[in-house]
Design a protein around this ligand. Structure first.
Ligand code: ZN
Length: 291
């Protein structure tokens, strides 16, 4: 559903020691340098394409972007890549080989480091954003108040005008003389309004009160609580772990009691990373445009 919230884990809160010099925005920018759409920094990605490469007229050398992928993330990226296939046995070696085989840019290379694949290229073909805000439009979701305790307002039901019942249709003729069977069978009594269940009003949930801090960052424990609240804040597109690995979160299909199917963000990977995070870790929500 176009959710563009991503959570970025940082090893420590930059505001703690550096006073006004340390900002969440700057630290997140540094952590995510490998995922920025570099065309926003006046780089012409086309100049670096292998297919456009002219050895006699090479493009300006640039500091490469570096980014990291888990095996799962590499599978995800290969599925999106033109002309690439996910290997039958997706090991780090076979995934890195396929990424190298289908690399589009001069100098785009993938190597294995511990349990990750490290990409290096003048231009990250899987860039994730052009720009981002800390918190952004999601900031109101981060309140200490549980979603059940958000303010509620009772509004008169527009369907029944607050009366709780639907008046019967009015007819000129008495029942026996009406011209159609439907009219003869019509209910001459008021019926309870289906929309408000006969109450005459509907309960509307107000937006939660604004958080005290407009530059939000959370401890892993707080983050787990927020995820369990089940608001839109529990539907991140991705998270970035302490190693700087961008990890998309899969959507799993759920079926409710009435057989309706809907997608729900599978938070397993993120919750595991939060549970394993060392003390001092903070989690910063960012809103970003899409890559
Ligand atoms: Zn009603």
């Amino acid at each position: 559903m176009g959710a563009t919230i991503t959570y970025v884990m940082l090893a420590e809160d930059p505001r703690k020691d550096r006073g006004d010099n340390g900002t969440l925005y700057y630290e997140v920018m540094v952590a995510l340098e490998g995922y920025v759409g570099r065309h926003m920094q006046d780089l012409e990605p086309e100049d670096y394409l292998k297919s456009n490469h002219d050895p006699s007229n090479p493009p300006e050398p640039v500091e490469p972007q570096v980014w990291r992928m888990t095996a799962d993330q590499a599978v995800y990226e290969l599925r999106l890549r033109d002309g690439a296939a996910v290997p039958d046995e997706p090991t780090l070696n076979s995934l890195a080989a396929e990424l190298n085989r289908t690399a589009a840019y001069v100098g785009e290379e993938y190597r294995i480091e511990d349990d990750l694949i490290v990409g290096s290229s003048p231009y990250n073909p899987e860039w994730k954003f052009n720009s981002f805000d800390v918190g952004g439009r999601f900031v109101d979701l981060f309140t200490e108040i549980h979603v059940d305790d958000w303010p509620r307002e009772q509004a008169p039901c527009a369907n029944c005008d607050g009366k709780g019942e639907i008046p019967p249709e009015s007819f000129v003729l008495p029942r026996a003389l009406r011209l159609t069977a439907a009219a003869r069978n019509a209910n001459d009594n008021a019926t309870p309004c289906p929309r408000c269940g006969g109450k005459g009003y509907r309960t509307l949930v107000e937006p939660p009160p604004p958080p005290e801090d407009s530059d939000p960052a959370f401890s892993p424990d707080q983050m787990l609580k927020i995820l369990n609240n089940g608001t839109e804040a529990a539907e991140p597109q991705a998270f970035v772990d302490l190693r700087g690995t961008w990890q998309y979160l899969p959507v799993k299909m759920i079926e409710d009691e009435d057989g309706r199917r809907y997608g729900e963000t599978d938070l397993t990977l993120f919750k595991a990373a939060l549970s394993a995070a060392p003390p001092g870790t903070i989690v910063v929500p960012i809103e970003h445009d899409g890559g």
